[in-house]
Design a protein around this ligand. Structure first.
Ligand code: AGP
Length: 608
């Protein structure tokens, strides 16, 4: 996902842009660039590859003097990661500079129309059409011009714009792609995400859809798409500045895995009062909870896997039917709703395009939408009827760990709440669940302390080609998440399989030394999964097992076993995932990969 940083004020802009972009590297990108205006000349540099190349090309920004600037890290959508396609993009005269996150869906029509009017294009990007149109429709009034152009585009955008005949003025606009405006003491900022400007200010405005901002060193003025001035609310970001740096770890992923005990406490404690579960956010929804006939959980990637955990736990405790769906499927399949259904969207970033679209689809049908989100103030928190935050703090590594763990903990508490409100759970049972929840952080801490043993085992699988993860019920939900972790950061092919399904075809792929990881935490299914371990062993597989302490007999069949402490069966996912996150991390790190920035991936996929 692209990163945008902009600044106008009394300081040199380039160093601020480079610093801000470095805080957005986690979003995934393949080129970088910036434009800086000194009041007379609008200069720019851009390059494919990493941000460091831009730092070197501009001598830490010294070659681009000026106190007004925009910077960008691009994750290629239209056109390869080349210098020509890198942002910023300009009009022919080089007097208008634009950086953009999102997709202009009608860019080809615009391009053809502008070419017919004699405009030439230097790139393959959709963004350049914006620079050309800003030139063509320019009236001398930037806000008026921007509105004219935005009326002619369809798609999503977060924009930073500079007009050379308006020194000191930075313009921003947004639709469906996140953008914030930071109010600082030495000037004002724009950014795609909070970490980019947290060092300079905690006071931010969240630009809403189809709003434009005119920003100078001293003022920030907002307009709606009808050119009417509006007064949005100023928010104060509570994040800890250090939370957005590595804190001595080699990769953010290890730091964030290590934060999971704290994150579980931060997420659960506000909802646990005197042995009982309560969501302040749902205090007006007792009726909806009591009457709920079905729950749809919609999400992507790991958030979808968290939803799978949610399904088993909510159905198990509260006996409500739960359907978990990929948001990219849900949004287009014209779902059939009956009365009293609820949609729960899950998203770390709160900006995932498919999940946002699924939320809008459900809302268009009048279905109550709750969102389990980590990023404060993100788009999804403004679209959903209720937001249940995960309090994991900023998650920088592309591979989610702490936010995922917090998501499944929210599902545990939702399941308890639903079961209680619907008479499926008495006060003693609730109290016992809450006690088990309180023990999770220290149990996670214990498993994290096991990392060297997992690392030694992972080192044997640096060159693995195929890995299979098998489990039943809640163990299958973890198999899904564990396989994605390995794939996305180590590029090893991994597949999750319902253990009972393997023999219906895929077992043909198991051969000598194929690594099969069996997750066996559900006591009622233990013997069934053991028989699946025997099946794959007889075909030569090497078996890693994750099971409950006390099942040492599993070592007759499994070659490497990680035991998890005893917890309630519903909460075992929080423990079983720890060694499997560590395994993926150590395989990737062992291969010398940049664990936090896996190839082809972005931290939040804000495009379809
Ligand atoms: C998980 O490690 C991946 N980064 C990815 O699958 C992610 O979970 C997915 O893109 C959803 O992101 P979201 O939670 O921000 O919506």
């Amino acid at each position: 996902m692209c990163g945008i940083v902009g600044y106008t004020g009394k300081n040199q802009a380039a160093p601020i842009l480079l610093d801000g972009l470095s805080k957005l590297e986690y979003r995934g990108y393949d080129s970088a660039g910036m434009a800086v205006f000194d009041g007379k000349t609008l200069r720019s540099e851009k390059t494919p590859g990493r941000l460091n190349a831009l730092v070197e090309m501009t001598h830490d920004g010294k070659l681009l003097p000026g106190t007004l600037g925009i910077g960008h890290t691009r994750w290629a959508t239209h056109g390869k990661p080349t210098r020509a396609n890198a942002h910023p993009h300009f009009n022919a005269a080089g007097t208008v500079a634009v950086v953009h996150n999102g997709i202009i869906e009608n860019y080809l029509d615009i391009r053809q129309r502008m070419e017919k009017k004699g405009f030439a294009f230097k790139s393959d990007t959709d963004t350049e059409t914006l620079a050309v149109m800003l030139d063509y429709y320019y009236t001398g009034d930037p806000v008026e011009t921007i509105i004219k152009v935005l009326h002619r585009v369809t798609g999503s955008y977060a924009l930073g714009i500079i007009f050379a005949d308006h020194p000191g003025e930075l313009y921003a606009a947004r639709k469906d792609s996140p953008l914030i405006v930071g109010k600082g003491k030495d000037g004002n900022y724009i950014a795609s995400d909070v970490p980019a400007i947290l060092k300079y200010t905690r006071d931010v405005y969240y630009i809403e859809n189809e709003e434009i901002a005119k920003i100078t060193e001293k003022d920030i003025v907002f307009f709606n798409i009808d050119a009417e001035e509006i007064k949005p609310e100023l928010h104060t970001v509570e994040w800890d500045v250090n939370a957005a740096d590595k804190g001595g770890y080699e990769f953010y992923m290890m730091k964030e895995m290590s934060e999971q005990p704290k994150v579980l406490r931060n997420t659960c404690e506000p909802r646990m009062k005197k042995g009982s579960i309560a969501f302040e956010e749902l205090s007006k929804d007792a009726d909806i909870i009591k009457k709920a006939s079905k729950i749809h959980i919609v999400a992507c990637g790991s958030a979808y896997h968290a939803g799978m955990t949610g399904k088993y736990v909510i159905e198990g405790m509260a006996r409500i039917p739960v359907e978990v769906e990929l948001a990219s499927e849900f949004r287009y399949r014209d779902p059939v709703y009956t009365d009293d259904e609820i949609v729960i969207a899950v998203s770390q970033s709160g900006e995932t395009a498919d999940t946002l679209a699924a939320v809008k689809e459900a809302k268009a049908h009048g279905v109550p939408v709750w969102a389990i989100v980590n990023a404060t103030g993100s788009s999804m928190t403004r679209e959903a009827d209720r937001t249940l935050y995960t309090f994991a703090g900023p998650e920088i590594s592309v591979a989610t760990t702490k936010a995922y763990s917090a998501q499944i903990a929210v599902f545990y508490m939702l399941a308890i709440l639903f079961a209680k409100e619907r008479g499926q759970l008495d006060a003693n049972e609730e109290k016992s669940y809450v006690e088990d929840l309180k023990r999770l952080p220290e149990q996670v801490e214990l498993l994290l302390g096991n990392k060297e043993r997992v690392q030694k085992f992972a080192n044997r699988y640096i060159s693995a080609r195929d890995v299979y993860y098998i489990g039943r019920g809640l163990d299958y939900a973890i198999a899904l998440e564990a396989s994605l972790k390995l794939k996305e950061i180590s590029y090893v092919h991994a597949e999750a399989y319902a253990a009972g399904e393997l023999k219906h075809g895929t077992i043909s792929l198991i051969e000598k030394n194929t690594l099969v990881t069996a997750i066996v935490t559900q006591e009622a299914l233990y013997d069934k999964t053991i028989s699946n371990i025997v099946e794959v062993k007889s075909r030569g597989a090497f078996v890693m097992a994750v099971t409950n302490v006390g099942h040492s007999e599993i070592e007759e069949n499994a070659d490497f076993v990680v035991y998890i402490p005893t917890t309630n069966k519903y909460f075992a996912n929080s423990l079983a995932i720890i060694p499997l996150q560590l395994f993926a991390y150590y395989v990737s790190a062992g291969k010398g990969y940049d664990v936090d920035h896996p190839r082809n991936l972005a931290k939040s996929v804000t495009v379809e």
